[in-house]
Design a protein around this ligand. Structure first.
Ligand SMILES: [Zn+2]
Length: 129
């Protein structure tokens, strides 16, 4: 893939992710101010019920934010690799990553085979953990 085309794609991806993150930050700030009022509930049962769903919502939000942050880190990493000329090379086996894959995933670090192996490893660890 042409490096300048690749850079455009990666930078587009970064803009999209940063947009997602700033939208999330705004929503998160609203949550913080709502939290103050829920502390004043007098019924313990009511409070616990609210707390449970709040925790769930927060964990869901956090996992989305973590996902966005992880993708942003990959995008920054891809930009550095564009700078040093290693973009599009699988970090595990050193072979070129297919253009079709880079078009779908501009920040891809691994070829299809190594990505599948890494995800399998992650699933194994998550299941055990
Ligand atoms: Zn590979």
């Amino acid at each position: 893939m042409d490096p300048s085309v690749a850079r455009d794609r990666v930078e587009e991806e970064r803009a999209r992710l940063e947009e997602m993150r700033s939208t999330f930050d705004e929503e998160h700030l609203r949550d913080e101010s709502e939290e103050d009022s829920t502390g004043e509930l007098s019924s313990l049962d009511q409070h616990q019920a609210d707390l449970g769903s709040e925790t769930f919502e927060r964990e869901k939000d956090l996992s989305i934010l973590e996902q966005v942050e992880a993708e942003l880190a990959d995008v920054e990493h891809a930009l550095r690799r564009l700078d040093d000329g290693t973009y599009g090379i699988c970090e595990a086996c050193g072979r070129p990553i297919e253009d079709a894959r880079l078009e779908a995933l501009p920040a891809a670090r691994f070829c299809v085979e190594d990505q599948a192996a890494a995800e399998q490893e992650l699933r194994r660890r998550t299941a055990a953990g």
